[in-house]
Design a protein around this ligand. Structure first.
Ligand code: FES
Ligand code: FES
Length: 153
């Protein structure tokens, strides 16, 4: 058994230590917002936060994640600026990629409070939306940054 802290709750997981975090989140804990796509840390769609930093859950073992705080999109507050901006800008098309891209955005905006257009493009370069929602993603990131600035005062 391995204990994981997921979305603020301690969860006991019956899996071998080298099991990718992605599979445990989906199959053991039922958090199916975490999506499998490439499986080799190339597309960014399985992204979750580990201690606030974006990580590819297909490429990190539960042994590596144990002891840290894992956050999936379910653990992000409903009034989080990223969630509000994503809704207001109607970003998703099929929606498959969005949880991972939103969590990558949370990490990005924690590090860069007022990103330039180019910084946004660079930060989202390694998360792939096959529906072509990147123009709306960029708009939503600008709005989320403004909302976050408003919250900070
Ligand atoms: S599924 Fe993990 S980066 Fe693509
Ligand atoms: S919204 Fe469909 S893959 Fe991104």
């Amino acid at each position: 058994m391995i204990t994981l802290n997921v979305n603020g709750t301690q969860r006991q997981v019956d899996a071998t230590p080298d099991t990718p975090l992605l599979w445990v989140l989906r199959d053991n804990l039922g958090l199916t917002s975490v999506k499998y796509t490439c499986g080799i840390a190339q597309c960014g769609i399985c992204t979750v936060l580990l201690d606030g930093e974006a990580v590819r859950s297909c490429a990190i073992s539960i042994d590596e994640a144990a002891g840290g705080e894992v956050t999936t999109i379910e653990g992000l507050a409903e009034d989080h600026p990223v969630k509000i901006a994503w809704i207001e800008k109607q970003v998703p098309q099929c929606g498959y990629c969005q949880p991972g891209i939103m969590l990558q955005t949370v990490d990005f905006l924690n590090r860069v409070e007022k990103p330039s257009d180019q910084e946004i493009i660079d930060a989202m370069d390694d998360v792939i939306c096959r529906c072509g929602s990147h123009p709306r993603i960029k708009e939503a990131i600008v709005q989320a940054a403004e909302l976050s600035a408003g919250k900070r005062g």
